[in-house]
Design a protein around this ligand. Sequence first.
Ligand code: SF4
Length: 169
Amino acid sequence: MRARMPRNKLRQIWPVGSPKVMTGRYWEDKPLAALDRAQWESLCDGCGRCCLNKLEDEESGDIYPTNVACRLLDRRTGQCSDYRNRFAQVPDCIRLTPARLKELDWLPPSCAYRLRAQGLPLPDWHYLVCGDREEIHRRGMSTRGWTISEVDAGPLENHIVERWPGEDA
Ligand code: SF4
């Protein structure tokens, strides 16, 4: 005779590789590489901090962020003022792609692309989450209010910031 497990002791065993729960939020449900063009573009939080100049220590490789913005950056909105023609105007501007994200270790820790590449959720101030594009500015996470254009800044060495806004000490 075979022993039978009482029904109230049965437990469900999920099959390996069972689908994860869908949230209805494409930025969480889809891997970065599966986003379509519009969805990929929409992930950008508009912080503008990837458009700030950085200095790299040639010996240690350490990266030092500055508060000096690319001349094309609208520092109030955090948006490129000539996004369509940015590569013609600024030849060393970089196109973000899922494949390149691994190399770009200088992106700010809160960059939406960086977070999603690490499988982390978007912050509560991201407009896709809170529905308000101004929230990022109110929280001090964008380039608004503390940056200067490279047109006016002078030597970058004079503009090193201790850490990114929102980054732990
Ligand atoms: S740092 Fe990331 S999220 Fe912020 S503006 Fe640049 S690409 Fe967009």
